[in-house]
Design a protein around this ligand. Structure first.
Ligand code: FAD
Length: 309
């Protein structure tokens, strides 16, 4: 628990970022979770996953952008990604996930408007290709702002997806509010360090909340996307889908690239839509540190690689 908190705190520390990203060993370990630093590398991974029967959501790594030109570069990176996906003819099977903080959301003046202005053309380009955009959820201070952008985008692009984090006390209400026709919601446990005033601190409480929110979303009329590697919730979702008689095109499973790949292809082979979340780009530090924090085995794998160097 202490290690997890330290890693999550480190994920936001620029000084450590320079140390960690500078070592060649780290880069090799990172490859397990990140599809590459460049778009062509990511596209190769997308093609391989697609050949295995998986859908994908492509994430151009980056977050906490503090100036406007960097935010514009994020927009351009996503437009380039969509342009590269187009000739593959994957349409709905390949979408993109965005973090609004990479579109300038956190700028103290005009951040909300800038993020909306820059993400809109990405959503328009995705719609033109017959696919969608999902807004990742970042720390709890951003939830209201992200849901406000979602509401604006959904007016013209109702397929725009949201992410809800079961660890937050507010999420059961948000899940009920978003369980409406056409609403795409990825339910995750939550990857950020949050205070007890807004979030459950015990894993058992987060898990219990996840189960309740999953039930709300799968029983509702929306399009539920379970973002988890947890076998208990994969099974709960399979049971709920069977009980409610949902057709196989009315829900999906989502897992991160490099985590439980055999389970991803197994579920896909059984006829379920499974979407792999595929991050790429040079700015992988925050994403990588959150993966280390999530699971002692990931951290051990990293430490072992350092020791055998
Ligand atoms: P955990 O509690 O980490 O693990 C539960 C069980 O799952 C483990 O006991 C084990 O049985 C199995 N398991 C987990 N990892 C492994 C592994 N490496 N190998 C084998 N078994 C394993 N978080 C956000 O805050 N915002 C987001 O926008 C966001 N988007 C996400 C998108 C996707 C597609 C996914 C899958 C996750 C996303 N997350 C996001 C991260 C999420 O919040 C969790 O931190 C992360 O998924 C770990 O939680 P878990 O549900 O997998 O279960």
């Amino acid at each position: 628990m202490l290690t997890q908190k330290a890693l999550l705190a480190a994920a936001r520390r620029p000084g450590l970022r320079r140390v960690v990203t500078g070592t060649p060993v780290t880069r090799r370990v990172v490859e397990r979770f990140v599809a590459g630093e460049s778009l062509p590398e990511a596209i190769e991974v997308v093609q391989a996953l697609s050949a295995d029967g998986l859908a994908v959501t492509l994430d151009h790594l980056g977050e906490d952008v503090t100036d406007r030109s960097e935010a514009r570069r994020t927009r351009d990176a996503y437009l380039a990604a969509l342009e590269s996906l187009a000739p593959l003819g994957l349409s709905r099977a390949a979408e993109v996930s965005v973090k609004l903080s990479a579109f300038g959301q956190a700028l103290p003046v005009g951040g909300h408007d800038l993020a909306l202005e820059l993400v809109r053309p990405v959503v328009e380009a995705a719609t033109a290709l017959g696919t969608t955009v999902t807004l990742d959820m970042e720390d709890s201070r951003t939830v209201d702002a992200t849901l406000a952008v979602l509401a604006e985008l959904r007016r013209e692009h109702p397929g725009t997806g949201a992410v809800l984090q079961a660890m937050l006390h507010r999420t059961e209400d948000d899940a009920r509010a978003l369980a409406v026709p056409g609403s795409r919601v990825r339910l995750v446990k939550g990857a950020y360090q949050e205070p007890a005033s807004v979030a459950y601190q015990e894993k058992a409480d987060v898990d219990a909340a996840y189960g309740r929110c999953l039930e709300t979303l799968v029983r509702g009329p929306g399009y539920p996307m379970a973002g988890t590697h947890d076998p208990r919730f994969v099974q709960q979702k399979l049971d709920l889908v069977a009980e409610t008689g949902r057709s196989s095109d009315s829900y999906e499973f989502q897992m991160l690239y490099g985590i439980r790949p055999d389970e991803q292809t197994r579920l896909a082979a059984e006829g379920h839509t499974v979407r792999a979340y595929v991050p790429y780009g040079a700015d992988w530090y925050g994403y990588f540190m959150r993966r280390l924090a999530e699971r002692p085995a990931n951290l051990q794998f990293f430490l072992r690689s350092l020791a055998t160097k």
